[in-house]
Design a protein around this ligand. Structure first.
Ligand SMILES: Nc1nc2c(ncn2[C@@H]2O[C@H](COP(=O)(O)OP(=O)(O)OP(=O)(O)O)[C@@H](O)[C@H]2O)c(=O)[nH]1
Ligand SMILES: [Mg+2]
Length: 399
């Protein structure tokens, strides 16, 4: 008997090959799905392994039914793996050999080898993917010019915010040639465009709002001192800060020292009365409670008083020591109070002044004053644009 195994794509192909090679009397004794051998087989679709048999002592075409039956019986015996009854008959049959332990081990190690090769192949594919990605990415990388490197470094060294740096670098590229050696002057011109100074004489009502402890009350005292003692203006002082213990006394003490009238406002009605009382003053300075920009309740409470005063001369007081990432929330948190300008305090408490530009850039409002210490009334200043630029680039300092 002749037994032959075929690896085919489908049964049709198997039938054609079996008929052609073994004749029409061949019978199929088994079929199963298999993978192609080797690594490639892992990625290919499955094939069919068909085992067919035919009696080889006879011409395939002349096999009669009985012989066919005998053949089938033998095949059944082989398939069932039973010992064959008649040795003489068995010796003539080419049966698939039983797999020995060694063969199984060989197969296992071949499988293991296949696995190792597969993982190596996957690794190689991953490496190639990385290389391709890097190459694709390389096309996006734009050469950074020397001037861009330099200005980025100066801005970073002076604590400019990342957003501001990015904007400035983009603006620089738009406006100037990369090879221009005057990059510092070019940079200064960009910064200059971002600075607006409100140099307007103070008259009428002025309100200071801002986060806690930034120097609102001290700044009010400084302004009151300058306006009353130097400019000889008639000044009235109001505080609505009855929230913090000692807040009233703080401003009251300054008012007494400078001999300036002072009113405490607790209710909205009090505010009307205080306004009426100070109607003859040239300037009315109003101090408010420090509020967290995150507390919208407190901000809207404050807004009721601010609205009552009816002035557009509202200053947001913000410290130059504020962390970069806190500047924007503060600016946005107080937006509902419609402040017109900013007062930047505590310049004496920092060594880098990029925060000035960060604040001005983010709020897009003019700066009214800077404060540079605790002394009342001296430590309040109006700085020129050039001074602000030089400070912010580390070319000058507050002495
Ligand atoms: N170094 C320095 N300290 C300042 C400056 N301005 C104010 N201070 C100090 O900062 C602290 C807080 O000042 P205040 O004026 O009470 O601040 P505030 O914003 O009114 O505070 P609250 O009313 O609690 O929100 C005080 O110790 C001030 O002396 C300044 O320009 N430089
Ligand atoms: Mg205060």
């Amino acid at each position: 008997m002749l037994i032959k195994r075929y690896i085919v794509n489908n049964m049709n192909e198997a039938m054609v090959r079996i008929r052609y090679e073994l004749g029409s009397n061949a019978i199929i004794i088994s079929q199963r799905k298999v993978r192609k051998p080797g690594i490639k087989g892992l990625f290919a679709s499955k094939m069919i392994e068909v085992t067919a048999a035919v009696e080889n002592s006879e011409k395939p075409q002349s096999l009669n039914v009985n012989k066919n039956n005998a053949l089938q019986n033998k095949v059944q015996e082989i398939l069932k793996n039973k010992p064959v009854q008649r040795k003489s008959e068995v010796s003539n049959i080419e049966v698939p050999k039983q797999r020995t332990v060694i063969e199984e081990k060989k197969e296992a190690s071949a499988f293991k080898k296949d696995n190792i090769e597969t993982s190596e192949l996957i690794k190689e594919m991953k490496d190639m993917k990385n290389i391709i990605e890097k190459m694709a990415h390389k096309e996006d990388i734009i050469e950074i010019s020397e001037s861009e490197k330099q200005i980025t470094k100066i801005l970073e060294d002076n604590d400019y915010d990342n957003d501001v740096i990015q904007w400035m670098v983009a603006e620089y590229k738009n406006k100037f040639d990369d090879n221009d050696e005057n990059y510092i002057d070019n940079l200064k011109s960009i910064i200059r465009d971002k600075i607006d100074i409100e140099n307007v004489e103070i008259n009428g009502k002025m309100i200071l709002v801002g986060p806690t402890g930034v120097g609102k009350t001290t700044t009010i005292a400084k302004l009151a001192g300058k306006l009353a003692l130097i400019d000889k203006k008639k000044v009235g002082l109001i505080t609505i800060d009855t929230y913090r213990i000692g807040a009233v006394e703080q401003l009251k003490t300054y008012a007494e020292i400078m001999n300036i009238p002072f009113k405490v406002v607790i209710t909205l009605k009090d505010m009307d009365e205080a306004m009426e009382e100070f109607k003859d003053c040239d300037v009315i300075l109003i101090d408010t409670t420090g509020r967290s920009s995150k507390n919208t309740m407190q901000i809207s409470e404050l807004r009721a008083f601010v609205d009552k005063v009816k002035t557009d001369n509202i200053s947001l007081v913000i410290s130059s020591t504020t962390k970069n990432r806190d500047i924007e929330p503060i600016i946005n948190g107080f937006k509902s109070l419609n402040y017109r300008n900013v007062i930047i305090t505590k310049l004496d408490e920092t060594t880098v002044y990029g925060s000035i530009i960060n604040i001005l850039f983010k709020c897009n409002k003019p700066v009214k004053f800077f404060t540079i210490g605790q002394n009342v009334p001296d430590d309040i200043k109006l700085l020129s644009k050039e001074k602000i630029i030089d400070l912010s680039l580390g070319e000058d300092n507050i002495c």
